[in-house]
Design a protein around this ligand. Structure first.
Ligand code: MG
Ligand code: ZN
Length: 182
């Protein structure tokens, strides 16, 4: 069966500990419940990562550094039989006014087109209000995680009337909630 449902994953604060512009493998730390949660979801969904990496635009690390670090994550997931179809990253600064920085929906639209994704049955999981806006802009359902930056920004959801389908504090609870809603 060809899968046509996607889960678009934010990276920092969602899959791994957000250590502020991390790019060194020694700073890599996967968050609890991520491996188990993705394993529960993988029969039904294709996985993608979409991540804003303004650290590249700020000159904190290079595109190559980004890939080295990201490949470490992909390899770790792969060892646990979890496949990420593709990683999309925005290297720009806000003042660059690019088209690819979340919450702009460029990557979500690209993924939908390249993989013939059924939007209404697909999800974005992230730890920042901009991840939720990104999902809503693309027509996806959304999970807001209180990990990473999530706790710090939670009031913004209400202030800006941003309504995730699920709000939770643990990746495994997120995956269980998604499975209950399908
Ligand atoms: Mg994040
Ligand atoms: Zn960009």
């Amino acid at each position: 069966m060809v899968k046509n449902k996607a889960i678009i994953l934010d990276r920092d604060g969602t899959l791994i500990e957000d250590k502020n512009y991390a790019y060194k493998v020694e700073d890599f730390e996967i968050l609890p419940g991520v491996i188990e949660g993705l394993n529960q979801l993988k029969e039904l969904f294709l996985f993608f990562i979409v991540t804003n990496q303004s650290g590249i635009g700020k000159g904190y690390y290079s595109v190559e550094d980004f890939h080295n670090f990201n490949n470490h994550l992909l390899n770790t997931l792969d060892k646990n039989n979890i496949k990420i179809e593709k990683t999309y990253f925005c290297p720009h600064l806000a003042e660059d006014h690019c088209e690819c920085k979340k919450p702009k929906p460029k990557f979500i639209q690209l993924i939908a087109k390249e993989h013939n994704i059924n939007l209404k049955e697909s999800w974005v999981i992230g730890d920042h209000p901009s991840d939720i806006l990104f999902g809503l802009n693309g027509g996806y359902k959304t999970v807001y995680l209180r990990t990473g930056h999530g706790e710090k920004h939670i009031e913004e959801l209400e202030q800006k009337s941003i309504k995730p389908d699920i709000i939770t504090d643990h990746f495994l609870k997120a995956s269980q909630s998604i499975l209950k809603k399908i």
